[in-house]
Design a protein around this ligand. Structure first.
Ligand code: NAP
Length: 318
């Protein structure tokens, strides 16, 4: 019905605090409880057909949980992706008030984080620069780019970037120009795209036509697609989502994910589910198709990227 796959991202599974929007029921935030939940969601997602898993060193213990799962389950047919460039510094301190992750796109950070991440080989298939930005200079850092090229050749990896913010298109276009021996360095792009933030549509279509892997993150706008009085600007959007939800007998999450499948048709859409229940709801997107009129209506929900990203940076960690 669609060539788009749903993958699982571990951002919400590997650390006690994340940008959770809805008030959370009492949650056991011990490392043991998180590990048990992460392994449960990983097993369940595999049983439900998910084969693509995305993580990063800055997702708390997420990379370690994925590694434990990968080593103990020993599945041969999974595609793992991780990143370098951000370090988790909240040290599992609940309610940590400082910055939870620190950006460093240096060659030393790449070597340090690769040394840990390489344990995911051979199931590690995509290695990415975490939130490549123009200001960090990572896309003109010859030492970093050459090392990524070396890793690509040595381990048959796809090399990717992830992007965020109002400059996603500029960052992607800059990355597209980087070549080694006449061939593109980057094979994979992990990009934010959802009903509210659709600004990368054309560039992603071009990349798909070139055969690149396109991974969509933040498909649910971090949870903002769910009806919420805090976001009054989305009142009419919530109304449409509710109508479609009733029409197709699924939750608004499945509508939002299905919209990306039917409009953009990316390679993978990451579910950011923090529980088995959320994952099962997200996966309902695989069982129906939106009609052309519904797709057009959902396209009209896009907001100005400046506003979208300002709102995103105002979300609090909890
Ligand atoms: N820069 C980067 O490279 C970058 C940045 C962001 C994300 N990512 C990747 O993309 C993945 C997905 O992104 P994301 O988790 O930030 O965004 P998302 O998929 O837009 O949102 C996930 C959140 O939506 C809520 N949710 C999901 N299903 C639900 C349901 N059925 N009912 C109610 N709430 C539901 C959960 O919030 P609650 O936990 O509050 O319940 C969950 O944490 C990440 O895991 C990560 O792998 C990468």
């Amino acid at each position: 019905m669609s060539s788009t796959k749903i993958g699982l991202g571990l951002a919400a599974l590997g650390r006690p605090d994340y940008i959770n929007i809805r008030p959370e029921a009492e949650l056991n935030k011990s490392v043991e409880a998180f590990k048990t939940n992460a392994l449960k969601v990983l097993d369940e997602s595999y049983a439900l057909g998910i084969r693509d898993f995305d993580v990063a060193p800055s997702y708390g213990l997420g990379e370690q949980f994925l590694q434990d799962w990968n080593d103990s389950r020993n599945h041969k047919n999974v595609n793992l992706s991780t990143k370098f460039g951000y370090t988790y510094v909240a040290n599992w301190e609940i309610g940590f008030t400082g910055k939870h992750e620190i950006k460093e796109h240096s060659i030393d950070k790449l070597n340090e984080q690769w040394d840990v991440s390489k344990a995911l080989l051979p199931n590690l298939k995509i290695y990415q620069i975490h939130s490549a930005t123009l200001d960090s200079g990572v896309l003109k850092n010859d030492a970093v780019l050459s090392r990524l090229h070396e890793l690509k050749e040595a381990h048959q990896l796809k090399i990717g970037i992830s992007s965020s913010g109002t400059e996603q298109i500029k960052i992607i276009n800059k990355a597209r120009k980087i070549k080694f021996d006449g061939k593109d360095l980057f094979d994979s792009y992990q990009v934010t795209f959802n009903i509210f933030e659709q600004s990368t549509y054309s560039v992603l279509k071009e990349l798909l036509a070139e055969g690149k892997t396109i991974i969509i993150k933040e498909a649910l706008a971090n949870g903002r697609i769910f009806k919420n009085d805090k976001f009054s600007a989305y009142k009419s959007s919530y109304q449409l989502l509710e109508e479609l939800s009733k029409k197709y007998h699924v939750g608004t999450d499945a509508i939002a994910i299905r919209f990306i499948m039917d409009s953009l048709e990316p390679s993978v859409i990451l579910s950011g589910a923090s529980s088995s229940n959320q994952l099962q709801q997200n996966l309902k997107a695989l069982n129906f198709k939106l009609n052309a009129n519904d797709i057009e209506q959902l396209k009209s929900l896009a907001v100005n990227p400046e506003n979208y990203w300002q709102e995103r940076s105002n979300l609090s960690w909890n």
